[in-house]
Write a protein that binds this ligand. Structure first.
Ligand SMILES: [Zn+2]
Length: 188
């Protein structure tokens, strides 16, 4: 069975104390609205996440989808809220982001030196900057437009196999994470 996830990731750096505070903030936001509830039956294969959909989940998605009730019985429909820096990769969705100004694709360096800049970002926390070949705009990779690239950051909230979340929900999560944030929509 194919699976998908959406991760909302804080890209701005934060101390471990700040990350902990942000994590509690975003957790409280989702708990207060009933979007998540503690998963009291965690199982590595069936429901590995600490959180699962709550009664408010229905209001957090774009609009009632006809498979919502089936979704509540889906094997892996949990939510992870991770306070440690991690790599969020689109896996089979993988697609380079585009220039936010002219929509050109990333320069060849993005692909050619992919492993190098990803390793450097992962180990040194140095988010790479790319310049657009077409219009000359340059910016951090997380500021390029797209949801199918790779991002590294923390904290992050990952929804597994959920129906599309409403833009308002995404906006509120991004606000709770604070600073620069990005989204990775994965499929595997
Ligand atoms: Zn451009």
């Amino acid at each position: 069975m194919s699976e998908h996830s959406v991760a909302v990731v804080r890209l701005a750096s934060a101390s471990s104390a700040e990350r902990q505070e942000i994590l509690v903030g975003v957790q409280n936001l989702l708990l207060a609205r009933g979007v998540i509830v503690p998963n009291d039956r965690r199982d590595a294969l069936w429901q590995p996440s600490e959180w699962k959909p709550g009664p408010g989940a229905r209001l957090a998605v774009v609009e009632p989808v006809d498979w919502f009730d089936a979704f509540l019985d889906t094997a892996n429909n949990g939510v992870d809220i991770c306070g440690d820096r991690d790599v969020y990769h689109a896996v089979e969705n993988d697609e380079a982001p585009r220039c936010p100004h002219c929509a050109a694709s990333t320069p060849t360096a993005y692909t050619d030196s992919y492993d190098d800049w990803l390793e450097e970002w992962s180990i040194d926390g140095h988010e790479p900057v790319f310049a657009c070949d077409r219009c000359g705009w340059s910016g951090l990779v997380g500021d390029w437009t797209g949801q199918f690239g790779v991002l590294i950051g923390a904290p992050a909230v990952t929804f597994y196999n959920w129906p599309p979340l409403s833009p308002a929900m995404i906006t509120d999560i991004r606000a709770a994470l604070g600073g620069r944030t990005g989204i990775v929509a994965s499929h595997w």
